[in-house]
Design a protein around this ligand. Sequence first.
Ligand SMILES: Cc1ncc(COP(=O)(O)O)c(C=O)c1O
Length: 412
Amino acid sequence: MSKKGDRYVESTKDFEFDLERYISEERFQRIKTFCRDKETPFLVIDLWKVARKYQELQDGLPFAKIYYAVKANPNEQILRMLIDKGACFDIASIHELDQMLRLGVSPDRLSYGNTIKKARDIAYAYQKGVRLFATDSDSDVLKIAENAPGSRVFFRILTDGSGADWPLSRKFGAHPDTIYRIILSAAELGLDPYGISFHVGSQQRDIGQWDHAIATCKYLFDATREQGIALRMINLGGGFPANYRAPTLATEVYTREITRFLQEDFGDNLPDVFVEPGRFLAGDAGILVTEVVLIAKKSEFNQYNWVYLDVGKFGGLIETLDEAIKYPIYSERTGPCQHVILAGPTCDSVDILYENEKYELPADIEEGDLLYFFTTGAYTQSYCSVNFNGFPPLKAYVFDEEEFREKECVAP
Ligand SMILES: Cc1ncc(COP(=O)(O)O)c(C=O)c1O
């Protein structure tokens, strides 16, 4: 710490953000030009990045069917592009179903992946042609049997979510013994027990979590076969990582190891394999542009300045809850930097982005500066509040390199 005038600032190293880890300098310049004159806050979606991530996953798991988890980012241009590429889609509600049908997707490319469903929503999906449903409870299976007779069902097992930055544990899935019983009852009810699914937790850093879950699938395949039921599918879920502050292992390590786990349990005769990526496909494609609204010092004896932005937890950055997701943040300024506390603009004390995780920003940052939050393409716009404190929902613009076409998109 050094004393400058009567302000205490912490001068550490020069500000260096490894831009190349996220985008090439040249491409960033083009995106910044594209952003010029747009009112902050907004999200820029780099469509090319989504396409590239889709290709990366296809290359790594050529035997798998990719069901994009629409909830991660239901932007229509993303969906249209993935439809053209032949993707399938994991939908969580009849609203996502309607959106996909509006875009012309055939219902046999849809999987109703939410285990929490109203009977009338199951009936609606069935009437629209959906024949693939996830489940993890007796009551839900009964509802599916009554409202979507004869449909294929897959059964979600519990995982504990450890190793994930954004775990989904406890709420979804059931213990393998319970699932075993539910599979038998689904067959008795005239449904087609198709396979087993799991989700190891979102932004999963420990690839070994798939190993354990795949072994549980194998156990259930074997146990149910003894009862004359032939399961044919494993749904590996999401969990594939995006490129946040802390690096993860490379995609090819994930896909290579997961393939090995599958082969260890199933040999060369693999069942149908599904993946349901959300964050992996959409996350890296987003750059959220925000303006510094206010810089405040709370006390002469506290070294940390508070930097308030025009976007916060309610404007799309809810995954900073418990500082779980740590977005890489870029400032145009360089030079000595200072630890700051980052917060959003609303009158809610929860609306603090990072306080324990100290972000370093250039010490000469000023109100009116723009900050760029990278890797904000997933779970941002679709998560933001409608009008909390009067702030409108986060806008998004799609940067489509091929055509340099600009389109403002409001959340559906
Ligand atoms: C059923 C289901 N599948 C897939 C996903 C996508 O997960 P991820 O964003 O980690 O890829 C989710 C996320 O919540 C989910 O609930």
